[in-house]
Design a protein around this ligand. Structure first.
Ligand code: BEZ
Length: 207
């Protein structure tokens, strides 16, 4: 089961956009790989539509999307077409047909205590170096929160760009945490820095 900090395992799969090599698909961008339990199910339809409706946000944040469920390519195509016909929303990202469960097993998306045949609702966040940076797992009966998915992505990207960390409930535009000092010299600099400080180890700054 991949963990945070691992390089995302590669795979080749049939998707609604044709055959894809995952690492080639990421191609130096951020990527979200997300699973859902099954096509033609209500919660999954709301979630996959949510990713589609926020596609512009993910494009603007240099992030590729790719979905997965343990269904055939024929089922995926029929479902994508049905969602388009019924709601006008096009699921405009590849969805992996993982009928042999190989990718679901590779990514720990098959959690037998929850279901032996359907993937849980996972989201893997990959950076442009293909490193896994954040993992979410939700059960079958609770849909994910798109605002949190977007916030987490922005937090990761902002932390990387500014060498900082994000406090509880951080949102874009809010103050960030300056990493704690690692030497006595840094400690003295910190104490004289004028930063907003609870104590030397908890200091914040505006970006
Ligand atoms: C759903 O997406 O609605 C769903 C799928 C599998 C189990 C429970 C709910």
């Amino acid at each position: 089961m991949p963990r945070i900090g691992d390089i995302a395992p590669n795979f080749q799969s049939m998707t609604t956009f044709g055959k894809i090599d995952f690492h080639e698909y990421i191609n130096g961008k951020w990527a979200l790989l997300f699973s859902h339990p099954a096509d033609f199910t209500p919660v999954c339809t709301t979630e996959m539509s949510g990713f589609a409706l926020d596609k512009d946000f993910f494009d603007q944040h240099d992030t590729k999307l790719i979905g997965l469920s343990i269904d055939s390519i024929h089922s995926h195509i029929a479902w994508v077409n049905n969602v388009r016909e019924k709601t006008g929303v096009l699921l405009d990202f590849p969805i992996i047909a993982d009928i042999d469960m190989s990718v679901a097993k590779l990514y720990g998306m098959l959690q037998p205590g929850e279901s032996e045949t359907a993937a849980v609702r996972a989201v893997f966040f990959m950076d442009p170096n293909k490193k896994i940076r954040l993992i979410m797992y939700y059960p079958l009966n609770v849909g994910r929160n798109m605002e949190e998915i977007k916030r987490a992505l922005q937090a990761l990207q902002t932390a990387d760009a500014n060498a900082c960390a994000m406090p509880l409930n951080w949102k874009p535009g809010e103050k960030v945490i300056v990493p704690p000092p690692k030497t006595m010299e840094d400690l003295d600099k910190r104490l004289n820095s004028g930063l907003e400080m609870v104590d030397f180890y908890l200091a914040k700054r505006t970006l």
